[in-house]
Design a binder for this molecule. Sequence first.
Ligand SMILES: Cc1cc2nc3c(=O)[nH]c(=O)nc-3n(C[C@H](O)[C@H](O)[C@H](O)COP(=O)(O)OP(=O)(O)OC[C@H]3O[C@@H](n4cnc5c(N)ncnc54)[C@H](O)[C@@H]3O)c2cc1C
Length: 419
Amino acid sequence: MSKHHQVLIIGGGSGGLMTASKLKKERSSVAIAVVEPSDKHIYQPAWTLVGANAYDYDKTIRSEASVMPKGVTWIKDKAVSFSPENNEVTLGSGDKITYDYLVLSPGIQIDLDGIEGLKENMGKNGVCSNYVDPKYTWEVLKNFKGGNALFTQPTTPIKCGGAPQKIMYLAEEHFVKSKVREKTNVIFASPGSVIFGVHPFKEELERIVQKKQIVTKFHYAITKIDGEKKEAHFKLAATGDNQCVVNEDPEIDEKVTGDMHVVIPFDMLHLAPPQSAPDFIKTSPFSNDAGWIDVDVNTLQHKKYKNVFGVGDAAALPTAKTGAALRKQAPVVVGNILHLIDENKLGDKMYKGYSSCPLVTGYGKMLLAEFGYNNVRMSDPVLTRFVDTSKEKKSMWYLKKYGLPYLYWNKMLKGKMMD
Ligand SMILES: Cc1cc2nc3c(=O)[nH]c(=O)nc-3n(C[C@H](O)[C@H](O)[C@H](O)COP(=O)(O)OP(=O)(O)OC[C@H]3O[C@@H](n4cnc5c(N)ncnc54)[C@H](O)[C@@H]3O)c2cc1C
């Protein structure tokens, strides 16, 4: 195997493969290698639907070999450390490989140690997560007999920030169908202060939350899960001027101790686990103080190492971490690498923070939040000519269930339909 690659990509997930395909499509002569340890490629966005029994789990997974772009070398190994001064990466096998240009797209790490009791209880005692095992989420929903159905998320950044509430809307509708809704409290406890940060999607979600009679608890940061007692412990996240006064909510059997500590009993708990940049990135010369890949937010070029780029969930970009964002990130990186090869300077394409969250609000309903940096709405002008994407719609559900998976496997992973 060659030890030197013109373009070396770390991670053969969504970002790595979209970048590789787009680059090959733009210029087939560029020699590209992808370092990816897994022999499976997962379409994670469909895991929301798997958790509600609305999508076949097996269809979310394909072999890595089948999605690796033609002409790209797959190095089936993991990157463990970097020596950017020598343009060198050390692999798990101990092999060292070198590059002209490096693209980092290793995704985000799930930190089950980030909440006391999470690791021990994940996958049992009614504690589930679509981020870990969506099939178990469905087991929990299917067997739920009523009581407190608690949905929450951590204080860390997470991929697909809307996923913790999408499964809640689906679960609520399932409880209606399974005739347990009347004896169920559906509770959304979040460290944030609003249901969603972007107008006008926020207002539509607030209307849906009210219609579904979901109990919301804002500024609640989960700290501990007691699986045996089936209790979730929260710290009140707001401090100083924003100090919120919490009155115990007897309907849900909530207990407040002191100013800051709240306990909510649960009969089922769905949560997004804490997440962070992968450890090998945190300890690398590429990370910022918070551990993320320290790139320019518009050019995606590393701030110090000019032949290094970052895309995807691990990049330090102040926007939502989604696969949809990669549709706009990959072309910027590809354009910049080609300009560097040809003219030794960057191209003029800029990433404006585009991200999108298909907010499933029930079986057969969805609204499509698209936005950029500073939470400014960036809805697709063509799509919005035909449909008001800020309102829950059946047509949008078909997009989620059929359209987006098709586009992902057949277009985006092949370097098409990106700009
Ligand atoms: C439940 C859920 C719902 C979601 N819903 C949506 C949605 O509706 N819409 C949307 O756009 N996005 C959604 N996402 C988010 C989306 O899947 C991610 O944002 C996207 O996959 C990020 O791409 P990435 O390349 O950064 O990471 P990934 O696609 O996760 O790929 C990272 C790759 O890097 C590899 N890797 C890790 N460590 C190393 C190493 N040391 N060396 C080499 N390779 C390594 C991994 O094996 C993996 O293949 C959802 C995610 C989840 C979990």
